[in-house]
Design a protein around this ligand. Structure first.
Ligand SMILES: [Zn+2]
Length: 379
């Protein structure tokens, strides 16, 4: 019979080793679970995905379960670093590697791609072809313009002319409904806002306005392929545009998360106008605060450029004394060289988070591409 206590202690030592001390799949600390088939230590969250893949992975808790000697020996001989060498040997540079705060579909597909499809091993690299070839075509459910329902639309991504097009007809030989330049394209998973586990927000700039498309696909693999195909196109575009730049500089520019989004109330330029509730999105990459009437609007109502402190931009808590929100009372004041913006938050926590997010953007120095974002040539 196995010595349970000894085996548990051995595992608790193993999980402290560099590599094992973080989840093999999402990098979260507290990798208290282990796949004794793959020989990796994972977090509670990722262990849930592994449990759904019994053909390739089997999960035990290193603290709560009993371990036989041979399984402990196997864990000792493998571990997270060894699994990385095996299952992550050839990941395309643009491919998005999820972290623990990322949405479920990204993490699940990452785990399936690595261990189920073995997509990142040298032998099965051909499976990367769909999203690596510079061309991607397929149907997506797209939110209708002014209505709530989603409509089936054909989308076509091409690196030949660096565009993403979509068609209202099933046939892509007809005229596209929209031609979106990869230059101004961003994609981010927004499952909660869109109300679908695989909800993807596509953002682009057209005629000086930021526009959104909200799409999903019923297959998790398919929507993550779309996401990475768009990342591949963005990366190719950035490499062409900035040939001197090193890859590590370009990677954070491929796609970006929204730094913060949510409702605030805003008043007009005279600050005497009634406060109106608006949906705000703050991006760090293009230093823009965008606002919309509601979260799933196609076009922004306006944008505020946020420069650095040295050019007269600042943010502070509270609001000029005489001012009151419509319903909300937690104020945030943003100063720009041209005007003062006052926003009201519903909760104190929102106010804190918004101030932190604004501060994060304002404290970043401007880089040359920000001047284009502002529409300025020089300061
Ligand atoms: Zn994890």
């Amino acid at each position: 019979m196995a010595n349970w206590d000894r085996n548990k202690n051995l595992l608790l030592e193993l999980v402290k080793l560099p590599g094992n001390d973080r989840c093999a799949d999402c990098g979260a600390p507290d990798a208290d679970w282990a796949s004794y088939k793959l020989g990796i230590f994972v977090c509670l969250n990722c262990s849930g995905t592994h449990r759904n893949l019994p053909a390739i992975s089997r999960i035990k808790s290193i603290r709560l379960d009993f371990w036989d000697d041979d399984l402990v020996e196997f864990m000792k001989s493998s571990g997270n670093a060894a699994a990385k060498t095996l299952y992550e040997s050839s990941i395309p540079v643009f491919y998005y590697r999820p972290e623990h705060q990322d949405c479920a579909v990204l993490k699940e597909q990452w785990i399936r791609a690595k261990y189920e499809r073995k997509e990142f091993t040298a032998e099965r690299k051909h499976l990367q072809q769909p999203y690596s070839s510079g061309y991607y075509e397929g149907m997506l459910w797209k939110k209708g313009k002014d209505k709530k329902q989603f409509l089936k639309r054909r989308f076509l991504l091409s690196q030949k002319d660096f565009t993403l097009k979509y068609f209202t007809k099933e046939d892509s030989s007809t005229n596209p409904k929209a031609v979106i330049a990869v230059k101004d394209l961003n994609v981010t998973f927004e499952p909660e806002k869109i109300g679908h586990m695989h909800g993807l927000q596509i953002t682009f700039v057209q005629e000086d306005h930021t526009r959104n498309l909200f799409v999903y696909h019923d297959s998790g693999q398919e929507i993550v392929s779309w996401f990475n195909a768009i990342r591949a196109a963005r990366f190719a575009y950035l490499k062409m545009t900035f040939p001197e730049a090193v890859e590590s500089e370009l990677l954070p520019l491929i796609t970006r998360h929204h730094l913060k989004e949510g409702y605030m109330e805003k008043t007009g330029p005279k600050q005497r106008e009634p406060f109106k509730k608006r949906w705000f999105i703050l991006n760090s990459n293009d230093r823009k605060l965008l606002y919309f009437k509601s979260p799933l609007d196609a076009v922004e109502l306006g944008a505020v450029f946020l420069g650095p402190e040295s050019l007269g931009y600042s943010v502070k808590e509270s609001q000029p004394k005489s001012m009151r929100g419509n319903k909300w009372k937690y104020g945030v004041t943003v100063e720009t060289p041209d005007r003062q913006f006052v926003f009201m938050c519903e909760q104190e926590r929102d106010q804190k988070e918004w101030i932190e997010a604004f501060q994060q953007v304002i404290s970043q120095p401007m880089i040359p591409k920000d001047y284009a974002s502002k529409g300025l040539r020089e300061v």
